[in-house]
Design a protein around this ligand. Structure first.
Ligand code: ADP
Ligand code: MG
Length: 672
């Protein structure tokens, strides 16, 4: 049937509810009581005993049962770690930070002592840290220097069901480390895999038939409602549904809305605030966005207790599916959509794309409504659409660009990546595409007398940077082109969230303020101009405010820059500056990003250089009006069209020089 845009119509009426909310204090005593009230608490002894005796274990428990915050504390209290560090990995940076802070608080301290965290560009640990929450990517980096993970006695791979690319590679790395330590008589490495979903057979099988420990969940009944007709605009439908709930439900019954990404969520939050202003006899709304890129002090706000007479509305990405638990949620509104990285085999690039969620994700989302009392989940898709969804989410490793992890595996000395012990093998074509990309970037080379690839000195240097290999390469090139200072500034800004403030209310003023930074050379040089201006005023806050620059993100970029610069110094790279000669910068970008190039065709549209796909310049780009003949871009975003974001004007000859064989071959195959 054709999708209609009108009020979503659900199969059931909206029932009325009685108010229920439990007061929570924040004192240490209250925290201890809260800990003991968690569903995991009665299982404490059994868990400790089991994990103590097992080399590997799989733990399953509903989201919010206490796996992440409690098990590490239990193991530490009963010294299962034998004095060494317990690593707890999280797929998300935010989760690593907030959970570490929470656990530190429960233990009567603050993060950076016994409990610490370590995420990209931020290490908050101390010599006495015993519980180390970290992103899976960080543990993988550590494994490059120490493949046996000797500092750790226990590695807990949390949120394993998410199957991020880094978790998947870590599975193989910790398994190898465990086996190697056993074989060489080193202290045991315990592996604890934690998951919020039931389908863990493959985990168990992979870790030598590790026993599965089930935690009793606490789940109240949830009424599920589907729309009767497919919705053409889930954003609109979610707002209508929210206000239907809002008009009928009493204060204190909070709502969680699942949407897909930052821009969408920010715009939904604005609409909700605008729309609620005209409502009189409803509770007041407290609206919170929640997505990975949100600064952690903003994210923490969703944990605050809803004020009396208010209703909390959290508008979140899939981050609220399992890694973060929010109190008071009675209603879930599920768009059924998710923003996912999708690998584009032709270009070898990852594309962020809004796609249909899997049934497993939808079930997780539904579960968020029944944590503390019976709840209701409104699905903005029909029952038939639900049945048509994939049962499980495809592991990221089977749909993403593998260049970064392949480089890391090679740097760990795993030379035959094709035969690496993956839980789910990525397609050989994707591994080969990654290998080819790394060869083109000069990170790998064929041995003269065999087909084996080996890491080059350049590749080794590239692996030292916590960046996409393309950007590591740009940094290495900048050293040769004499513009390392500038490129460090640009790459640092690219590594943080947008430094350009772009709220819809002030869009016009912001655009005018940003005008002076713009460059006919493109967005990368514009970012450099912003960095230079920012340095000139010493990061002055009111300057940022007047110029619609996000001071916080600029500040983070500066910290990132300091760390990248340190890595350069450690690698004995000469730190050079090109001053006003910004052409050198664009040459580096062209050579590093040659796979992300597009040219203007006769009909005024852009085509990617090698795969001949039509792309457009994102309206936010400073090249939006000019349409240069040839550009490289930082990323592709697919909405109604495929947009190139953050671009620079380049000379086609630079690209050809960067990888002549690549362009000859790709052109030939694109023509046939
Ligand atoms: P799981 O890992 O099983 O999903 P967690 O250990 O993350 O569960 O959370 C257990 C409980 O701890 C949650 O239900 C919530 O009540 C509380 N909690 C966790 N993190 C925070 C936080 N940052 N602030 C307040 N409460 C939290
Ligand atoms: Mg958890």
């Amino acid at each position: 049937g054709s999708a209609k845009k009108h009020k979503p119509n659900f199969h059931h009426s909206f029932p009325a509810h009685g108010s229920q909310s439990s007061p929570r204090g924040n004192t240490f005593d209250a925290l201890r009581k809260a800990k003991q009230a968690l569903p995991i608490f009665p299982a404490r002894r059994t868990l400790i005993n089991q994990i103590r005796r097992l080399a590997s274990a799989i733990v399953i428990g509903e989201t919010g049962s206490g796996k992440t915050t409690q098990i590490p504390q239990y193991l530490l209290e009963s010294e299962v770690n034998k004095g060494s560090i317990i690593a707890i990995t999280q797929p998300r940076r935010v989760a690593a930070i907030t959970v570490a802070q929470r656990v530190a608080q429960e233990m009567g301290s603050t993060a950076g002592g016994i409990v610490g965290y370590c995420v990209r560009f931020e290490d908050v640990t101390a010599p006495n840290t015993k519980l180390k929450f970290m992103t899976d990517g960080m543990l993988l980096r550590e494994a490059i220097l120490d493949p046996n993970l000797t500092r750790y006695s226990i590695v807990m791979l949390d949120e394993a069901h998410e199957r991020t690319i880094h978790t998947d590679v870590l599975f193989g790395v910790v398994k190898a480390a465990q086996r190697h330590r056993l074989k060489t008589g080193q202290p045991q490495l315990k592996i604890v895999v934690m998951s919020a979903t039931m389908d863990v057979d493959h985990f168990s099988k992979y870790f030598n038939n590790a026993p599965v420990l089930y935690l009793e969940g606490r789940q109240f009944p949830i009424q599920v409602m589907h729309v009767k007709e497919p919705q053409s605009d889930y954003l609109f439908a979610s707002l209508v549904t929210l206000f239907q709930i809002h008009k009928e439900a009493p204060a204190g019954e909070d709502v969680l809305i699942f949407l897909t990404g930052q821009e969408e969520i920010d715009s939904a939050v604005r609409s909700i605030l605008d729309l609620s202003r005209d409502l009189n006899d409803c509770p007041k709304l407290q609206v919170f966005p929640l997505y990975a890129a949100l600064p952690s002090h903003e994210q923490i706000k969703v944990f605050n207790k809803t004020l009396p007479g208010h209703r909390k509305v959290v508008v979140a990405t899939n981050i609220a599916e399992t890694s973060i638990t929010i109190h008071g949620i009675k209603y879930v509104i599920d768009s059924g959509m998710v923003k996912a990285k999708v690998y584009h085999p032709l270009s070898g690039l990852d594309l962020l794309k809004v796609v249909t969620a899997s049934r497993a994700q939808v079930l997780q989302r539904t579960g968020r409504a029944g944590r503390e009392a019976p709840g209701i989940c409104y699905r903005l898709f029909t029952e038939a659409q639900f049945k048509a969804m994939d049962v499980n989410t495809v592991p990221e490793i089977q749909r993403c660009n593998l260049a970064s992890v392949v480089l890391q595996l090679m740097a760990m000395g795993i030379s035959n990546v094709l035969s690496f012990d993956f839980m789910n093998k990525p397609a050989p074509e994707s591994i080969n595409a990654a290998l080819e990309e790394l060869v083109l970037l000069g990170a790998l080379e064929r041995q003269p007398d065999s087909e084996m690839l080996k890491l080059t000195p350049v590749g080794k240097q590239m692996a030292a940077f916590p960046l996409d290999p393309r950007f590591s390469k740009v940094i290495l090139l900048a050293k040769d082109f004499g513009c390392l200072e500038e490129v460090l500034s640009i790459v640092s800004i690219l590594s943080v969230d947008s430094v350009l403030l772009n709220s819809s209310k002030k869009r016009l003023q912001a655009g005018q303020a940003h005008e002076k930074f713009k460059s006919s050379e493109g967005d990368h040089i514009m970012l450099l101009n912003i960095y230079r201006a920012y340095k000139q005023v010493n990061g002055n806050k009111s300057w940022c405010y007047e110029n619609y620059i996000v001071a916080r993100n600029m500040n983070t970029a500066q910290q990132v820059r300091r760390q990248l610069r340190e890595i350069c110094v450690r690698q004995q790279m000469e730190i050079s500056s090109c001053g006003r000669e910004t052409t050198a910068i664009r040459r580096c970008l062209a050579v590093g990003l040659f796979m992300n190039a597009a040219e203007l065709s006769k009909d005024g549209e852009f085509m990617t250089l090698t795969t001949r796909k039509q792309v457009s310049i994102h309206p936010s780009s400073c090249l939006f009006q000019n349409k240069p003949a040839c550009v490289v871009y930082t990323e592709l975003v697919k909405t109604s069209k495929t947009y190139m974001r953050t671009l620079s004007v380049v000379d086609p000859d630079w690209l050809m020089e960067a990888a002549p064989a690549y362009f000859r071959r790709k052109r030939a195959s694109a023509i046939t």
